[in-house]
Structure formats: C-alpha cells, structure tokens
Design a protein around this ligand. Sequence first.
Ligand code: MEV
Length: 314
Amino acid sequence: MHQAIGTSCAKIILIGEHAVVYRQPAIALPIKSIRLTATLTPRQGLAQTVRSSFYTGALAAAQPPFSGITKLIRQLLTFFDARSQGFTLTLTSALPAERGMGSSAACAVAIVRAFYAAFDARLDRATLLNWAAVSEKAIHGNPSGLDAATTSADRPQWFVRGQAPRPIHFPRHGFLVIADSGEMGQTGAAVGHVADLLRQDHARYQPLIAGIGHAARQAAVALAQDDLKSLGTQLTAAQAALAALGVSDNKLDALVAAAMHAGALGAKLTGSGQGGCLIALAVDHAGAAAIEAALKKAGAVATWQYDFSESEAL
Ligand code: MEV
C-alpha cells in the first residue's frame, strides 16, 4: 500500500427516488462542485484510524451508520490481502450528511477509489458500484444503487436498478435551485416506510410507484426536447406522489409551495425525504435567484444553484 486519494461528489436526484428501489427509472445529477476526498496513508504498526466529520477514531470502534463503512474497508483489506496493514483514512467532505445528497455513497466511492489507487489496481465502474453496495446495504438496507452510480459519475445519469447506468443529455439552459430544509433525513427509515406501505396495501400504493416511474420517463422526453415547462410539470407530479407515500413533511411541503409561488416551473423533495433537501426548476439565473430568496425567507438553511450548462462539463 502507498499513499493515495480517491474522490467523489454530491448527487441530486432530479426525479424517480423511492420508485427506483422498485425498478422504476430515475434521473440523477452529480454535483461536481461539492466534493468528497478520501486520503489513505499507510502507517507503521497495526492501528487503523479514521478522521472525518462523520466519525473519528479506531476503524473497529465505529458505530452505525459509519460501521457500514467499516464493513466495506474490512472487505477491501481482505481483498488486497492487507488485513493487518496500519493506516489513517482521512475523509474531507463538503457534503452535508443526511440531507439527500448521497454522503454515504460518496464516502464509499471515494474510499474504494483510494484503496484501488493505493494498491495500483485497475477499477472498472461495475466493480466500483459492487463495492459501494457493501456499505450502502449495511447502512440503508435496500439501496437501489442510484446514489453510488451518481456520486461516481461525470454526467447526469439515467438509472434503472440492475442495469448499467447511462449518461443522459440535459438542455443547455435551465437552473435548479437546491435548498436544505435543515432537517435530517434517514434513507433507511424512509425506504422502510415505503416498503411497509406497499406490504400493507399494495393496491393503493403501487400506482404511486408506477406514477413516479411514468413521470421519470416523461421527464426524459422533456429533457430530450428541451421542454423545461413539461419537465417542471413532471417534477411537481412526482412530488405529489412522494407526499402521498408519506416521505415529504410539513417543512418540505412549505418550501415547495414557496418555490412555486416564487415562479418555479416545478419543485419536489430530492433524495429519500422525511427531511433533507428539495429542488426547484427555474428558466434562468434571475428566476433561480428569486426562488432562492423565497426559499431562504421560508426557512431553508442553505441553498445552491445548479446551472444545466454544467452538466456536460468534465
Ligand atoms: C436515496 O437517495 C434514494 C432512494 O431512492 C433510495 C435508493 O434509491 O436506494 C430513496
């Protein structure tokens, strides 16, 4: 092992969260300006230590949710025949945790990349996503794989569970405002909630899952046709279905309403919900600025702008 770094970035789900767990399609964007870096430094002796804003201490002493990352690292060490190698792993992250931006998947992706670099091993995409699934399963229970696929990507992704993710073209114009509601969201709990609803009353809730899938397909058509108005309509339709599945909350509902009132073409929660972030679609920078101001006034604790023209830049 030699010193090495691996990187990844934040993700935003444009449309399709939750339904993607049930093999409906989803569209998600890597936010390349919000990055996570894993630095792996070999040490003399047996100590295996983590330093990060998520957890700092001995690898073996980490509690949930970080113990999911411990499981991933143990399996990587076994794979590279280095179980007793001492090291310090430093994670530097600009991603807010538990806000639907994919921080756990971004950790996994950056760590796997750092290990493969530290052992001078070639890493293909499918192998990377298989490794990320180790900690994502331990942390969230039943992940679709969308978060890892997006936090490791250069371009927006069209994702169907069990299939290789594909890049999807975005129009050159259009802005998303991303706003943090300030509430923590737990992906595992939100995914479990939807699973419970489907178990209890499949006939009532399955059409909502299918409806989100339909909205994602229509959103892909809207993107291909540079039709932001139709894209906004699909985002709002997905939000209605997510709210009916019980994964929105009062704060997210109020922020969605504030964004629409400020002229958004559509708005919805992003990620697993029950807290976390929302997105609102604007035609141009001025429209995005007005929506951002309205969201802050309505209680958003942080906002970001994503310019669609960033989507093709490497
Ligand atoms: C979480 O970012 C997205 C969900 O669809 C869960 C998943 O895809 O694993 C809620």
